[in-house]
Ligand binder design. Sequence first.
Ligand code: ZN
Length: 157
Amino acid sequence: MKRRPTIAFAKWRLAVHLAETQKVQGHAAMPAFQCQCELCQSWQVAHLHVIPTDTLNELRRLGVQVATPNELYALSSGPGQREARAIYHVVGKVLSGPSATVFDKALAIETANYELLRTEPWFAVRVTKASESVAPSPSIDDKNAGDVIVIDCRFTI
Ligand SMILES: [Zn+2]
């Protein structure tokens, strides 16, 4: 068995260390660990509807425990739809795919590069190395396993 199988996720190709990836699922040091808030509680079922089916299957293939993200929070709230963010982690290498940042000509700065996976309801994702992200990320003991990779999902809920 290959130690780090290559697995497609959206427009990315990741070499995933499956054993180390299991260790960073539902991680005790992460903000959403055993969180009892309404959003985290409802996510147990809601993720099945919020995440596009193809993306859900790809996340499972990566070894991600989709019901228990390491971070989950609402960015906005109101009477209608709200925007929320779910963060998952895997361990391995990003082999190819869209870059983590893109140059915004209007603002003249590098901004986070989210790939739109579905327009309605809106769902976008960004893949970065944890070392290039400000999101809280678990650390790993086996440095030969690869990088901690952040799968950063934003959507309306
Ligand atoms: Zn919560």
